[in-house]
Design a protein around this ligand. Sequence first.
Ligand code: UDP
Length: 480
Amino acid sequence: METSKPHVALLPLPGMGHMIPYLGLGKLFATHHNFKVTIFLVSIDHSSQTESKTIISEMNNDLCNIVQLPPVDITSLVDPNATIGLRLPITMREIVPAFRSSIAALKPCPIVLVTDIFGTDAFSVAEEYNMLKYVFFPSHAWLLALTIYTPILDEEVKGEYVNQKEPLKIPGCASVRVEDLFDPLLDRTNQQYDEYVRAGIGIRMSDGVLVNSWEELQPKTFAALRDDKLLACVLERPVYPVGPIVRRSGNSSKNDLLFEWLNKQPNQSVVYVSFGSGATLSHGQMIELAWGLEMSKQRFVWVVRAPTEESGDKAYLSGRSGDKNHDQFGYLPKGFMSRIQNVGFVISDWVSQVDILSHPSIGAFISHCGWNSTLESILKGVPIIAFPLFAEQKMNATMLTEEFGMAVRLQVLPSKKMVGREEIQKKVRKIIVDKEGHGIRDRVNELKYSAEKTSCKGGSSYNALSELAKGFEARMQLQN
Ligand code: UDP
């Protein structure tokens, strides 16, 4: 009977990198377990992202109910130029009253709340309505380990982390190099640092943590998260590796010309260049990238976004709507567009990345190493040329090159604080032309096989989600 099935509420952070895996999780609960699913979407500062509408429209509304919460106005609470490390936690705190009203109006009331890093203030609503409280961490286990361990580091480490002589040690896990640390952890006097520590504590208030990774990809880290002598004594909650949860395919009809072009290119000959949903490059970095691609003499598809003063996360919450006024590629080197005709395809629209990565002509991905992009690259068997820009992307780049062996990393020129054109040319040729690229491609294919296996019936992630679903059903029966 329909009403005897659990109703699950999902509350992700705004931003495509969070919404996409949450929509994927909702779909799995609905299709594999026949649960009723309601996804609450948070928007920020009245910005409306056309790409988020694209993603939502892709969802089959018969599977998940989408509730768009009213936009949160945080302008009186935070400087308009504040980093996303501050804007996201404040937004998630301010959304709680609207979320409470929406939950009160829902029939039947959900029995489970699954929320994101920074979303755990909404646990107060879950408690009022007697719901189970889970966190779905849309990134990987190593970042989860660092996040839950940050409150301990906060007590144990004296001085700024960036001034430490040794990498930060996390019990049972790879240490984190200080140069790979990200914005909130760079300055302990900044409010975004306090927010991050608070997030680490918030996760520990849950009944369990779902991770968008899988057991076989990060065995050592998952073991540490379960070991009482290592991290289980910090988290004290069960961990469920349920990934990789990614978009399987998108709406590529919008990019017909691009796919016509790709269809004409030889197999594994094209480099796909894209920095996710919100990263931007400085003008200088863009010029270097353009020259590097041109000098490599290899084919490429480049999803460009208007440059900003510094490379980083400037468009993370505005999406491509922040791009409106850019003149058509006027910021690229003079004559670039005519010189690269037939070799390169430059596009500024939102593209269907999963469909591009699925195309047989794609041979490498210059990526900022966002976790969704990484998972999509693994599932499509495409090696990465790592170009990390913000958030945990430097950690990801280290893990992809040194642990997974599926990537080469672009080295930053210390004098210019950017990646130079020669480096880009060299690494593109290394993957597309030189034999060295072959070992990396073999490794990605091994990971691809492991990723496919874990999500199939009997696979570790399939089983972890089923175990969780059984727990939700048992709770439902108790309440009836
Ligand atoms: N994406 C896309 N088309 C674009 C840009 C991004 O489909 O033009 C998707 C991409 O496939 C991925 C997500 O947006 O699923 C970006 O997430 P990721 O974690 O890689 O990076 P973020 O955007 O969070 O920095």
